[in-house]
Design a protein around this ligand. Structure first.
Ligand SMILES: C[S@@+](CC[C@H](N)C(=O)[O-])C[C@H]1O[C@@H](n2cnc3c(N)ncnc32)[C@H](O)[C@@H]1O
Length: 223
């Protein structure tokens, strides 16, 4: 786990393999699923298709799909272990509205779900700061290609506002990220807004979340 922050460990963590159970467990997902779900239930349509980018263990996918049975949830992650864990969570949950995880790297120009979309929403939790800036660019470009008009791009994590951290713990976390990989780091909302405009999205809402996180709600085109 990264020093100075308890809510953002990269995919965890503890792996259970008895009886083919390959679910991984992320402490941060256990903490943030409930507050994120509350926002999703408010902003997502009652029914539709959601693409999750960087799904990690898959715990969010089954938690959210289980609570919103009329949403078809498409998890994705470029990491094979994450997809294995997600598949195991889907099997364990017995949910019918979670699709098998796809291998999507947002830096790629084609995500392989172009035929499945367009989507009502794209959700990415604790991804863009633990990836190079190119991942933010790719994520917005993909959202511009794959969202319905009025569709939502939802980003959860720590963010800076106008060049300043919103809490000392976020500044420490940012420094720890950059020490680990100089291309990583907490992103500034103003920079993301600029990129979003180029992709045809607008920042509609900034929701304050526990532990100095935020959930940014961007919408595509016009409703
Ligand atoms: C810190 S983990 C968060 C996982 C999960 N969303 C959660 O909150 O528990 C970041 C995830 O982003 C994924 N990721 C990293 N770079 C990515 C990229 N370029 N495109 C898509 N996903 C990426 C990683 O494989 C990893 O699963």
């Amino acid at each position: 786990m990264l020093p100075g922050k308890k809510d953002r460990s990269p995919v965890a963590l503890e792996q259970r393999d008895a009886s083919g159970d390959q679910r991984m467990f992320s402490p941060s997902a256990a903490r943030n699923s409930t507050p994120i779900l509350a926002v999703l239930k408010r902003v997502l349509p009652a029914r539709g298709a959601v693409l999750e980018i960087g799904c990690g263990t898959g715990e969010h996918a089954v938690c959210f799909a289980g609570a919103m049975p009329n949403i078809t949830w498409q998890p994705s992650d470029p990491d094979a272990d994450a997809r294995t864990s997600t598949s195991s969570w889907i099997k364990f949950s017995r949910l019918k509205n979670v699709l098998a995880p796809r291998d999507i790297d947002v830096c790629s120009g084609q995500w392989g779900v172009e035929q499945t979309g367009p989507f009502d929403a794209i959700v990415s939790i604790n991804m863009i700061h633990i990836a190079p800036w190119a991942a933010s660019l790719g994520l917005f470009a993909g959202a511009g290609r794959l969202l319905h008009a009025g569709g939502l791009l939802l980003l959860y994590g720590p963010f800076m506002r106008d060049g300043a951290h919103t809490a000392p713990s976020n500044a420490a976390f940012d420094a720890a990220l950059k020490a680990r990989d100089p291309s990583w780091g907490v992103r500034d909302i103003a920079d993301l807004e600029q990129v979003s405009k180029a992709a045809g999205l607008v920042l509609r809402e900034t929701v304050e979340m526990p532990a100095n996180n935020m959930l940014l709600v961007f919408s595509a085109g016009s409703v």
